[in-house]
Design a protein around this ligand. Sequence first.
Ligand code: OXD
Ligand code: MN
Length: 617
Amino acid sequence: MAIIDQPLREPAASVSVPSPDGADPRIVAWVERLALHATPDEVVWCDGSQPERARLIRDMVDAGTLVALDDAKRPGSYLARSNPEDVARVESRTFICSEKEEDAGPTNNWVPPSAMRETLHGMFRGAMTGRTMYVMPFAMGPIGGPLTRYGVQVTDSPYVVVSMGTMTRMGHAALAEIGPDTEWVRCAHTVGAPLAPGQADVPWPCNPIKYISHFPETREVWSHGSAYGGNAILAKKAFALRIASAIGQDEGWLAAHMLLLKVTNPRGRVFHVAAAFPSACGKTNFAMLQPTIPGWKVETLGDDIAWIAPGPDGRLRAINPEAGFFGVAPGTGWSTNPVAMDTLTHDVVFTNVALTDDGDVWWEGMTDEAPAHLTDWLGQDWTPDADRPAAHPNSRFTVSAAQCPTISDDWDDPAGVPLDAIIFGGRRATNVPLVSQAASWEHGVFMGATLASERTAAAEGTVGELRRDPFAMLPFCGVNMADHWQHWLEVGEKAEAAGGAPAIFQVNWFRKDADGKFLWPGFGENIHALAWMLDRIEGRTGAVTSPFGLVPEDGAIDHAAAGVSDEQWSALFGLDKAALSAEADDAAAFLDSYGAKVPVEVREQLAVMRGAIDSLD
Ligand code: OXD
Ligand code: MN
C-alpha cells in the first residue's frame, strides 16, 4: 500500500532547509513542512557517525542532561535523570487513529484521524522554537535486507537522537536506501517545550500534555510531550510494533513483541526461538540465558521485538529489527544476568538509575547489598534505610546489541533466521503450568490470544493486578487485536502448507506456593524447560495432555537438577478445577470484548480447554 502523503494544512510557503545530497525529495518536503510549522531554530540531518554522537553527548553533559560516569569504572557511559513526571510509556495517551474505529479495536484508544491531525497540528505549531530539529533516517533490520523497513524520525531532543543511534541503524546508510519506490514511516517527535528568546533550558524538557499517535493507514507516528523510551524512540514500540503490525497485516508477515534466541543442543543441532513476554517479565534475562545443563548453548539475537515473515521457501524466518537493547535495569545483576552486566561495562546511557559516590551506577538487584550512600534517580541523597528505591523501577539502560557477549553471529544476517519455536509467557502466581506445548498452531494462537500477566512498573496501572495481554501486544498492536489473531492463523496456515510452522509453547516462570514463594528458580535453570521444548520438536521426549496442551511426562525434566523438590514440581503443574473454570470464564469474557471479530478457531480452542477442565477429577 502506498504511503499517502498527508500535508499539514498550512503549505510550506517558503523555507529553506539544507538537506544531504541524494535525499529522497519526499523526505525533504516533509521535513521542510514540519520545520516551517514547528519553527526550530535550526534543522540538522543526522549522519549516524561516532563524531556526531560524541558532539551531542558533550552538549548534553554541558546542559546537565547527562552526567558523565567515571571513565575508568564505566568508560563512555552516562546517566540521564528524567523529569519525574516522564518515566514510562503512557498507554492512556497512546492513540491508534485508523480511519475506522473497528480497525483499532476495543483495546486501543481511538480518535478519528482528522480530529487527531487537527489536535497535533495545534500541538506541533511552534513546538520546537528555540531548539534544533534533528532529522534521523533509520533502518529497522539490517540495511538492504528483504525484511528491513525504513523510517525517518524528526525530534527536538538530542537524548532521543543518541538513543535512536543505538537502537536503530540510523544515518546516511539508511537514507541512501530510501529511493522513490521505498515506503518509509514518518515519525515526528517533539518534547513540546519551546523556548522563548533568552529562556534557560531544563535538563529534561517535556510537556504534561502527551500524545503518542499512530496513523496505521498512512504509516505515521506523531509524538508530543515525552522524551522517555517508547514514547520518544519512535522506531521501537511505535513503528516496529504498532505501525509494523498494520504493515505486516497488509503484506503477510508478523510484527511480534518477542525476543529471539539461537539455541544449540548437545548434539549440535541449532534452533531459533522467539518468545513473547509482557513488559518486564524477565525478557532480557531469558534473551541472555546461561544454561545450567552442560552441552546446551544459548545465544542472543534480540531482546524485545521480532519480525517474522515467510522466507523464499514459505517457511517462517525472523529478524530482530532493532540494533540495541533498551532494558529495564532493576533486577539485572551479577547473579541474575551476568551477560547483561558484561554488556553494560562501557558505552551505555543509563536513565533514572542511582549514582554511586565514585561515579558509577547502581540499581536494586545489581548487588545483594546496596552501597552505603547513593544519589537516587531524583538526584537526592539516598541511604539503604530510605523507604523508597534508589533507582526508578522502570529505569533503563540503552546499549548496542553488538556489545552483548552472547550475541549470535547471525543476528545481523539480512536474511534472518529460520524459526523453530515460539513461546508465550506471563507472570502468573497461579493456574498456568511451568511449561506446556500447544497441540496445534490454532491452539498456540489461542494461548497467545489469552496470555495474561500481573502488571509491572513498565507502564501505568496497579502493580500486581492481572491483565490479559494477548501476544504481549496489548499496548503495542496497531490493528484490532482480533484481526491480529486472524492474521496469525493465516500466516501459520500458509507456513504449514509450505512444509511446517514453528511449534508453539507456553511458559510461566513465576508460579508461587501457598506462602507466596516462587516455585521455580528461573534464570539459567529455565534451560530445563527450553531443552524439553526443543527435544519435543525432535520427538525425543514425552508429554501428557492437560487443559494447557501437552505437559512433560514424569521424568522428562530432571527437576532435582534445577533444585526443585518433587512437591514443588507437582505444584508447578497443579490443576485446581474451580480456579481453572474461573480462568476459562475470564478468558471467555476477554474474548467477548472483541465481539464478532474473534476467529472461530480461537473460540473453538476455548471450548476444548473447557472440556479438558470439566473432565478433571
Ligand atoms: C519495553 C516494554 O520497554 O515492553 O520493552 O515496555
Ligand atoms: Mn518490550
